[in-house]
Ligand binder design. Structure first.
Ligand code: ATP
Ligand code: MG
Length: 264
């Protein structure tokens, strides 16, 4: 492992958060994932508390999506010690909407019951798209499509929301608006969140806790105790630390300006 990634490893037990007495919604012990000869995730311990917002940073190929797919149940766990809630939802970098179904039907996909359209409408209103219910996905902007993807995730009231670089394809201003939206939705629904991002500023703006994955191991973590509305300048040391850990790769990936004014 890169020696620089030991920077925060002295923070007590890596991957395990203080849990305020509540059982974690995510619990992995000694989790390992191999593809053929390659071990992608090594002996990983991870707890995520109910309602906790965790950001996952790491270089390309460090295993972030592999871990997220495991938590999403999209990858087998071979009887390993993995606990995840059954109620979970995923949003990927691309919205993955079905182009032949209207927006509300994309949100309602897989839902059952007489009030499905109403539930989809309520979710779309929450993301500011109540007026596009009957639109076709191909008529949406990238930001709107991601908002539909968020509505589709949240209409299921998941206790675990998994986000894999959900804003990476959006312009800087739209991303900042999406940060506000995600925080609003998170406050309203309180799922535990694991958000993969390459963007240190995004992680610092949104998360309660930041993890760094390196070659399939949690190499560093930190909890951000500063209220979200006050993170602007006060959070600079966190940004500097994590940028050092990532050795500047986050900047190369296109860091956006720190979004001011996000309420705590
Ligand atoms: N199905 C698979 N078969 C073989 N190797 C795989 C498979 N899925 C992922 N890998 C390998 O596992 C490693 C980690 O991939 P992963 O997609 O988890 O990285 P990542 O951290 O999400 O990267 P990025 O930031 O580029 O999205 C890579 O070397 C990848 O090639
Ligand atoms: Mg990935």
């Amino acid at each position: 492992m890169d020696a620089r990634l030991n920077f925060l490893s002295d923070a007590a037990p890596v991957g395990l958060a203080p849990l305020h007495g509540e059982p974690p919604v995510v619990r992995l012990r000694g989790f390992t994932r191999r593809f053929g000869e390659n071990t992608i995730i090594h002996d990983l311990n991870l707890d995520i508390a109910p309602g906790e917002f965790v950001a996952l940073l790491g270089r390309s190929g460090s295993g972030k999506t592999t871990l997220l797919r495991t938590l999403a149940g999209l990858d087998g766990t071979d009887g390993q010690d993995v606990t995840v809630p059954t109620s979970r939802a995923v949003v990927f970098q691309d919205a993955r909407l079905l182009p032949w179904k209207k927006v509300w039907r994309n949100v309602a996909l897989g839902l059952r019951g007489p009030d499905v359209r109403q539930r989809a409408e309520a979710a779309l209103r929450e993301v500011g798209l109540g007026h596009r219910m009957d639109a076709w996905p191909l008529t949406l902007s990238g930001g709107e499509a991601q908002r539909v993807a968020l509505a589709r995730a949240l209409v299921r009231e998941p206790s675990l929301l998994l986000l894999d670089e959900p804003f990476a394809a959006l312009d800087a201003l739209t991303r900042i608006r999406m940060h506000d939206l995600v925080l609003d939705l998170w406050r309203a629904h309180r799922p535990a969140v694991l958000m993969v991002t390459h963007d240190v500023d995004e992680a610092v703006a949104l998360a309660d806790r930041i993890l760094v994955l390196d070659e399939g191991r949690i190499a560093a973590q930190d909890r951000i105790s500063i209220p979200r509305g006050e993170r602007g300048e006060l959070a600079r040391p966190y940004r500097e630390k994590f940028l050092q850990i990532l050795d500047g790769t986050a900047r190369a990936d296109g860091v956006i300006p720190f979004p001011h004014g996000i309420p705590a």
